[in-house]
Design a protein. Structure first.
Length: 212
C-alpha cells in the first residue's frame, strides 16, 4: 500500500515548499473497500454501476468500473496492462481503472458498510502502532527502505452480514468520514461473509512505502 491521496500530496507540497504548517493527524483509521461484482468474469454482462477487480498484466490487483455497459470477452487475455486510469474495451463493455478516483477520495460509497464493520484506529505514536523505517518500535527513522508497517495486529469487528469482496484499503484521519491519506489495492482480494472470523492484518502485514 503506497499511494498518497491528492489531499495528502497537497498538504505535503504546501508544507515543504510553501511554508504552510501541517500538523500530523491524531487519528489514523484503516478502512476497507469492496467491489460489488467481485472478480471480472468472461462473457458476462455488466452495467455502469458495476465494479470489478482483476489481476492485470502487471501481476497486481486493480479495480475497474464499467463505464460503458456491455458483455466481456470470452477471455481476459492481455486486455488489461494495469496502467493507472486506463480505459479498456473488453468485448462490448468498457472498463476504467479507478486509481484517480481513489486519489480524489471519490469512492467512499465502496467502503464496507455492512454489519460489524467499523474502521480500526492505528494512531500515530512515537513508540507504538507503527514501526520506523529500520523496523523498530521507537527512535527516529534511519533506514533506507522508506517504509513503515503496523507494529501489532489490526483487527476489525466480526461480520454480522456479508461484507462482500474486499479489494482495497484506505487510511483516513478520522474514524468516519474525514480525509483519505493513503490507499492501496489488496495483494489478494478477500471475500468476507456473515459469521466469518474477525478480519485482521497481522503485525507487519500492512506496509506503507514512501518511495513511490
Amino acid at each position: 500500500m503506497a499511494t498518497k491521496s491528492n489531499y495528502l500530496e497537497n498538504k505535503i507540497i504546501d508544507h515543504m515548499f510553501k511554508a504552510t504548517p501541517f500538523t500530523a493527524p491524531a487519528v489514523m483509521a484503516v478502512a476497507l473497500f469492496t467491489v460489488n461484482k467481485g472478480q471480472r468474469a468472461n462473457s458476462t454482462a455488466y452495467v455502469t454501476t458495476d465494479y470489478v477487480w482483476l489481476t492485470a498484466n502487471d501481476g497486481k490487483t486493480h479495480i475497474y468500473k464499467c463505464t460503458t455497459a456491455g458483455s466481456t470477452a470470452a477471455a481476459q487475455g492481455t486486455l488489461y496492462p494495469g496502467t493507472a486510469n486506463e480505459v479498456i474495451t473488453d468485448g462490448t463493455a468498457v472498463f476504467t481503472e479507478q486509481s484517480s478516483q481513489f486519489d480524489a477520495n471519490a469512492l467512499t460509497a465502496l467502503e464496507v458498510s455492512a454489519g460489524g464493520y467499523a474502521r480500526v484506529a492505528n494512531n500515530p505514536s512515537a513508540t507504538a502502532n507503527w514501526l520506523n523505517t529500520q523496523g523498530t518500535a521507537s527512535g527516529a527513522s534511519t533506514g533506507a527502505g522508506g517504509s513503515t508497517s503496523n507494529q501489532n495486529a489490526i483487527t476489525f469487528g466480526t461480520p454480522s452480514a456479508s461484507w462482500g469482496v474486499v479489494a482495497a484499503i484506505g487510511i483516513y484521519d478520522a474514524a468516519s468520514a474525514g480525509n483519505l491519506l493513503y490507499w492501496g489495492y489488496m495483494t489478494t482480494p478477500k471475500t468476507i461473509n456473515n459469521g466469518d472470523p474477525a478480519p485482521a492484518f497481522a503485525a507487519g502485514a500492512l506496509t506503507i512505502l514512501e518511495d513511490n
